[in-house]
Design a binder for this molecule. Structure first.
Ligand code: HAM
Length: 423
């Protein structure tokens, strides 16, 4: 028996019935991106693996375990190609490669597209998923107003989709120097407890000590809660910046919760970080996240003082959380039905004329009895049915039936186009 193929684990077919919700989500997001003056950018779905390692951090979970590589595609002395696990690294690469810094000012970019991570699939966690995100990148562009604006944009998109059960958490990691101080202090504070940490956190102690703070293990949480974390490692400047971000959020009416334990899993963040979660989603509850990354552009070979901030929202998770979001597919205008086979050639041309006139039109090429064609017409959800038999062919007309009211009249194709357009 021929092998039946099924889709790869952690991926999903997005079927026609699901598409209206996706379109709704994308169009609402696009509307907000444009209101906030973001322009779309589309980068390839794969890049050199080294780009991800250098940006997200060699020790991050994503780079350590989740890059889906295209191993057979190694060229010359590149580091091999891998599917993009997120959009930030690619957008920064494109910013540098296309000399956007030379244009000056702030490049406000947005993207919508698939991302790939070789994670263990579960509800809300896929190997191919979709993000919509923004990155605002520009020389000396760090401003607490921009931080607040970017966070507000993410929140407003979610609100416009009818979501209201989500929570916004924010934190600051401070400058690169502050981060180094914090990691040293954390190691000192955690040292006496290392043996009691979960296996994963023990590995992270050397590799990426911050991640111990957002460990989900009970023992780790208990140890972290005893550390009495505070912002003593932050410089005055970083503290002032953070205070202004919070004041700006409050001015915009954006509700937030502060969480000193919010550290994020990617290395590139400095200063403001944030995460938006929805408890209705269960274990994988992050709808989106982001933050400022002040040194990534220079690390990837761009200008020294190019600041940046951005976020990405997980589209599958938004759709899970907004399950009841009403979205209707575009309705077909008219379905053409023939009384018998002799009308097929005429009907085929009528469908083409209706489409050329700007309508959505279709017919059943299988023919069959007029009754069975009418069933197909009904199922298609078309607003009108255009029936063609001997008389209509002779008169060069159609009998147009309004599906909802049952009203019908014999009119020309031109009149049909006018009538449907005006209803
Ligand atoms: P992230 O936190 O890794 O950040 O991902 C952002 C969002 O993508 C998550 O909150 C989640 O909704 C969704 N997501 C991530 N992994 C999966 C998965 N396996 N399955 C389904 N959804 C997933 C970033 O990607 C950063 N690039 C955000 C950013 C932009 N920071 C600055 N600029």
């Amino acid at each position: 028996m021929a092998k039946k193929f099924t889709l790869p684990r952690g991926t999903a077919d997005i079927l026609p019935a699901d598409i209206p919700a996706w379109h709704d989500l994308e169009s609402k997001a696009r509307h907000y991106f444009s209101k906030y003056n973001y322009k779309e950018i589309r980068t390839p779905n794969f890049e050199e693996v080294e780009l991800f390692a250098r940006s997200m951090g060699q020790t991050s979970d994503v780079v350590q375990k989740q890059i889906l590589g295209l191993s057979s595609q190694k060229e010359g002395n590149d580091s091999g190609l891998g599917l993009r696990p997120e959009g930030t690294a690619s957008v920064v690469r494109a910013y540098i490669q296309n000399g956007m810094e030379r244009v000056g000012g702030l490049a406000k970019l947005f993207y919508i597209g698939p991302m790939f991570r070789g994670e263990r699939p579960q509800k809300g966690r896929l190997r191919q998923f979709h993000q919509m995100g923004v990155e605002a990148i520009g020389p000396d562009s760090a401003s607490p107003y921009l931080d607040a604006e970017v966070i507000a944009l993410a929140v407003n998109i979610l609100k416009s989709l009818g979501l209201n059960g989500f929570k916004l958490k924010i934190n600051t990691l401070g400058s690169q120097e502050d981060k180094a101080n914090f990691s040293q202090k954390l190691r000192e504070d955690l040292k006496p407890h290392v043996a009691r940490l979960s296996e994963e956190s023990q590995a992270r102690f050397e590799r990426n000590v911050f991640r111990i703070l957002d460990s989900k293990s009970k023992e780790d949480k208990a140890i972290v809660s005893q550390l009495n974390l505070n912002y003593s490692y932050l410089s005055d400047e970083s503290l002032q910046y953070y205070a202004k971000v919070k004041a700006n959020l409050t001015a915009l009416g954006v509700e937030f919760e502060e969480s000193i334990e919010l550290v994020r899993g990617l290395d590139y963040y400095t200063h403001t970080v944030f995460e938006i979660s929805d408890p209705s989603l269960g274990a994988q509850d992050a709808l989106g996240a982001g933050g400022r990354y002040g040194t990534l552009v220079s690390q990837l070979g761009g200008g020294k003082n190019v600041d940046a901030i951005g976020f990405a929202l997980g589209m599958e998770r938004i759709l899970l959380a907004a399950k009841d979001m009403a979205s209707v597919d575009a309705q077909l205008d008219v379905f053409v039905v023939t009384m018998d086979e002799t009308a097929n050639d005429f009907a085929f041309k009528v469908v083409d004329e209706l489409r050329a006139g700007g309508l959505g039109a279709d017919m059943s090429f299988k023919g069959g009895s007029s009754k069975s064609q009418m069933r197909v017409a009904n199922k298609s959800g078309a607003r009108y049915m255009a029936i063609i038999g001997e008389q209509e062919m002779k008169n060069k007309t159609v009998t147009l039936k309004h599906m909802a009211s049952g009203e019908q009249q014999e009119i020309s194709v031109t009149e049909t186009i006018e009538k449907i357009k005006n209803t």
